[in-house]
Write a protein that binds this ligand. Structure first.
Ligand code: NAD
Ligand code: MN
Length: 771
């Protein structure tokens, strides 16, 4: 080829990164063993699995296949290590995390090459994105370990954490899991994905190199059906952190229900990439490349649905096709390659089948004219246009390099299309009009919104889903709460109708339930709510969703007003408490006082529990906004009929949620007495709905309801289990008490940040600036 030819074609020569060091590293360690208690241990199965290079289809290494018995010994090692690691001072933990970050940087190139070989992703991405973000995550969490005592006072480590990660960002997902766990004083048993264990095993060596105490980090390779399941079900694991598919996440939610294990789930997505007609189209094209062809589209937050304003759609498609024609796909170790291989033949087959389905359903397919390598597992960048919003490819996560385009006319239509999915992981908004972009971002149901950028990640800013994309965050201060619990709380010594949509209504059943005092005397009756009443209440709560966009100041005023109206009727409410619980008048008066104070607390917080602004390493800012979760079901405690009820309602509505409350089943009359108070306090109809009746039935209906976004449950332990299991359907947030009582009079038990955090989720809006 002459210089002239090269000048004409602008063709690059191959520029492969050397793989000899990585291959020698692998060869020296064949076969890989399990990493338990800082030693390399043979799997009890004595069997090994091949890890394959997806770019060639050839085996790279043999990794141990762990069994349940190995899970038992790893958990035992982690439990043993927790005894001292859990009480190691934050500063000391910070030094270990810092040492890990330094060591990751020292071995950066080996890690990058290993990741490319094992996963098939391009060396450009592993070298410039995955590995630097891993180091950044450990540095940032060294800082959080240092600050834990002052920034999270009153919180303690959970204990042993079981962590399960996918294959798409093997080492980065490990970092997102291990760094916060260790920073907060937990010990870890981690299972890498079946196809991609090698960088986790190199990480285990780093753990040894820096002298992390034995048992703090344990790494078990193997099959989901062996290691994954055993870890999820292990009785001595205090928390499960999972990243992977929504289906597996759902099964883990069911398996851990009622176990008292804390759970975070980072699941799938079908994220919208919204382009308004005033956007800079050349930047948009590069954004699309990063959104859907980064990591071959095997990214949970990939911008896989391109939503374009109609008048520019054809022009944008033409530019995208021209750019696709120039994408370079091939040997992942070639530094000039944009796209590498798909992780496995099974994943490749899934992509092929969904693409065939798209064609069958009538969408128009476009792929570049060049051919993929025939060795290894490759799939070309693919664009579908003329796609109906209901088509399979518009709804199902493809998890491959396939972009699905649709058009809209107005911002309202764009938002409706964007939200037309069961997922809610991320979104990108492209417009040169900052007013429009910042108006649209909060209206998209997603944990992250990128404005004029995409696929930005940083340890400063939490990442995680809304809806069926899961719950919990990784990164940011909010991510730390996934790995702590409130330190031991102080010990504890000891027929109205329904209210739906702002009106008192008769229960659908037409039945009433008798209410007795502790001496067994009849003191009143309440309606017996049923499934239909709950459905109506959920509908009313939805219809009142405008509450979320009222100003925090306005919500504060209403909470103050409720408190004021309650204080006017203090005597009457105290008498009602005495009647139902047979406590002394002084105790009842105290409960009413505490209730008024609680309302003041949340009136105070309504405009003060604010988000933050992060400064990741980019020119721009990230706005971390605390948003309401939506419609929350509240099963109130039996004890403290008034205070227990208000303690749940007040934080939820202060943060902009609407609620369906099941008041104390034993003593519901204090809650039903609140009807008039709400009616006279300017609380809009439908914000608070009250359904009396049997908690086990009603909370089951709420937990199963797809239009309920969160469920809190304070009651017997079996009830907690049922709520968690039933919530898996739409992956709603749950907060249950596992049968342990609270002293609602005590402000440490009964109010504060824990309640506010349960009422909110963080949305991160990335706003880069500069021309
Ligand atoms: P997967 O759910 O099949 O597997 C994820 C991990 O879970 C693997 O380690 C696997 O071995 C393990 N696992 C599988 N079944 C299990 C079970 N029954 N019990 C315990 N563990 C089990 O997903 P995958 O195919 O490896 O990864 C792709 C999926 O992950 C995509 O849906 C993607 O959207 C999602 N993902 C989400 C995020 C996020 O942060 N939200 C990040 C990356 C990937
Ligand atoms: Mn592999």
């Amino acid at each position: 080829m002459s210089v002239m030819d090269i000048f004409e074609t602008m063709e690059y020569g191959p520029a492969p990164e050397a793989d000899s060091t990585a291959l020698a590293w692998i060869k020296d360690r064949q076969p890989f063993q399990l990493f338990i208690n800082n030693s390399w241990v043979k799997p009890s199965s004595d069997s090994y699995l091949a890890s394959v290079n997806p770019a060639t289809g050839k085996p790279l290494a043999q990794v141990a296949s762990a069994t349940k018995a190995d899970v038992d010994s790893a958990v035992a090692a982690a439990r043993n290590a927790f005894a001292s690691w859990g009480s190691t001072p934050g500063h000391v933990r910070a030094r270990y995390l810092y040492a890990i970050a330094r060591q990751v940087q020292k071995h950066a190139r080996l890690l990058a090459v290993l990741e490319s070989l094992d996963n098939g992703k391009s060396i450009r991405e592993t070298r410039d994105i995955d590995i630097p973000l891993v180091a950044r995550h450990f540095y940032a969490h060294a800082g959080w370990a240092q600050l834990m005592a002052t920034e999270l006072p009153g919180y303690a480590a959970l204990g042993v954490v079981g962590q399960i990660i996918p294959w798409n960002f093997p080492l980065l997902m490990l970092a997102w899991k291990i760094a916060p766990a260790l920073a907060m004083g937990n010990t870890v048993v981690l299972k890498p994905a079946r196809y991609t264990s090698l960088t986790a095993l190199k990480f285990a060596e780093i753990v040894q190199e820096i002298g992390l105490p034995a048992g703090v980090v344990n790494i078990l390779t193997g099959e989901a059906s062996q290691v994954g399941e055993a870890l999820v079900r292990h009785p001595d694991v205090n928390k499960v952190a999972f990243t992977g598919s929504t289906d597996v996440g759902r099964s883990i939610r069911r398996a851990t229900a009622g176990s008292g294990k804390k759970l975070s789930l980072e699941l799938g997505g079908k994220s919208p990439f919204i382009v308004f007609d005033d956007a800079d189209l050349d930047s948009v094209v590069e954004g699309v490349v990063d959104a859907i062809w980064f990591n071959q589209g095997q990214v949970c937050c990939a911008g896989s649905r391109l939503l374009v304003q109609e008048d520019i759609a054809e022009a944008l498609y033409a530019k995208i096709r021209a750019r696709m024609e120039r994408l370079r796909l091939g040997n992942p170790l070639d530094k000039a390659v944009d796209m590498g291989a798909i992780v496995s033949p099974a994943q490749l087959q899934d992509i092929q089948q969904l693409v065939a389905r798209g064609v069958e359903e009538g969408a128009e397919l476009w792929q570049p004219s060049w051919a993929c390598p025939t060795e290894g597992y490759f799939f070309p960048p693919t664009l579908f246009t003329n796609v109906s919003p209901a088509a399979t490819i518009a709804q199902v996560e493809i998890f491959g390099p396939v972009l699905v385009a649709m058009t809209f006319r107005t911002p309202g239509e764009a938002i409706a299309l964007a939200n037309n999915t069961r997922y809610g992981l991320a979104a990108s908004v492209w417009s040169d009009n900052i007013n429009l972009a910042l108006d649209v971002a909060p209206r998209i149901k997603a944990g992250t919104v990128w404005i004029n950028c995409t696929n930005q990640f940083d340890a400063s800013s939490g990442f995680g889903g809304y809806r069926e994309s899961g719950f919990g965050r990784e990164g940011g201060k909010e991510g730390l709460y996934e790995y702590v619990r409130p330190a031991a709380l102080p010990a504890i010594d000891r027929t109205p109708k329904l209210f739906i949509g702002g009106k008192q209504v008769r229960p659908d059943s037409g039945y009433s339930l008798a209410v007795h005092n502790p001496a067994g005397q009849l003191i009143g009756e309440v309606g017996e709510g049923n499934r239909k009443d709950i459905r109506n209440a959920v509908e009313a709560a939805h219809a009142a969703s405008g509450w979320a966009s009222t100003t925090p100041h306005n919500r504060a005023q209403i909470l103050f007003y409720i408190a004021e109206n309650l204080s006017v009727r203090e005597q009457e409410f105290a008498a009602r408490v005495v009647q139902q619980t047979a406590c002394t008048h002084a105790q009842a008066a105290n409960e009413v006082q505490a209730t008024i104070s609680r309302l003041f607390t949340y009136a105070a917080w309504a405009d003060k529990f604010e988000g933050s602004i992060h400064r990741p390493p980019l020119r721009g800012v990230v706005l971390a906004m605390k948003e309401p979760i939506g419609v929350i079901g509240l099963a109130c405690p039996d004890e403290y009929p008034l205070l227990g009820f208000i303690s749940l309602i007040a934080p939820a509505i202060a943060m902009g949620n609407t609620v369906i409350a099941l008041p104390s089943q034993r003593s519901p009359l204090s809650a039903t007495d609140c009807y008039q108070i709400f009616e006279t306090s300017d609380l809009p109809s439908g914000v608070v709905n009250i359904v009396t009746g049997p908690h086990d039935i009603l909370s089951q209906v709420l937990s199963e309801h797809d239009d309920v976004d969160a469920m809190w449950y304070f009651g017997p332990v079996q009830g907690s289990q049922r709520v968690e299991a039933a919530s898996a359907g739409n992956m709603k947030h749950t907060w249950v008490n596992d049968g342990s009582p609270r002293d609602w009079l005590n402000t440490l038990h009964g109010e504060g940040e824990e309640f506010l955090r349960a009422s909110t989720q963080v949305k991160n809006i990335w706003v880069p600036y500069g021309e």
